[in-house]
Write a protein that binds this ligand. Structure first.
Ligand code: AR6
Length: 175
């Protein structure tokens, strides 16, 4: 599924974030920037130790912020590491922090002249954010950003498994 937003493209695909040929891929990291499971584990396995070496030097990333490292052996030249919120009940700033994680990743891309990037579904794995809610926030935040930032040509959401893909497809129709 793909839609045009201003001069940019917003794409939804079902697949594996480590296989993307966008200039950057976004990692669903933790504040300590220590290798975990899910997307983080997959990116570090596929990209090799250089990613973690650079991440360790950076050391920390607050929830809702983003940092950048090499893409190591990935096709993507860069990994943008962002930290989504751990979901409690949705009343502890989770929606704002999730939107911020997407926005700060996009701002990092703009600042580095990166024209294409791939996002996973931040916070909806280990961090427990309900997918239907997270999808709306993710897509709205990216759409709003692209409408004002034509320098980003492509944002691709890479959704793991059919249920997640379908949740995003529904959310894109709703917003
Ligand atoms: N490609 C695309 N999506 C994937 C992949 C993949 N290879 N693998 C899993 N997903 P998660 P979070 C999906 O847990 O909730 C780590 O331990 C997954 O099915 O990766 O933000 C970090 O170190 C789910 O839909 O991220 C943190 O401690 C989505 O990606 C913590 O998990 C996000 O799941 C972050 O948790």
């Amino acid at each position: 599924m793909r839609v045009e937003v201003g001069q940019s493209l917003l794409e939804l695909v079902e697949g594996d974030i480590t296989q993307q040929d966008t200039e950057a891929v976004v990692n669903a990291a933790n504040e300590q920037l220590r290798v975990g499971g899910g997307v983080d584990g997959a990116i570090n396995r596929a990209g090799g130790p250089k990613i973690q070496e650079e991440a360790r030097k950076i050391g920390h990333c607050p929830t809702g912020q983003a940092v950048i490292t090499t893409g190591g052996n990935l096709k993507a030249k860069y990994v943008i590491h962002t930290v989504g919120p751990i979901y409690r009940d949705g009343r502890h700033g989770e929606p704002e922090l999730l939107a911020s994680a997407y926005r700060e990743s996009l701002k990092m891309a703009s600042a580095r002249g990166i024209k294409s990037l791939a996002f996973p579904s931040l916070s909806t794995g280990v961090y427990g954010y309900p997918v239907a809610d997270a999808a709306k926030i993710a897509l709205k935040t990216v759409k709003d950003y692209l409408a004002e930032h034509p320098e980003i040509e492509l944002v691709r959401f890479v959704l793991f498994g059919k249920p997640t893909y379908e949740a995003y497809a529904r959310a894109l129709e709703e917003i």
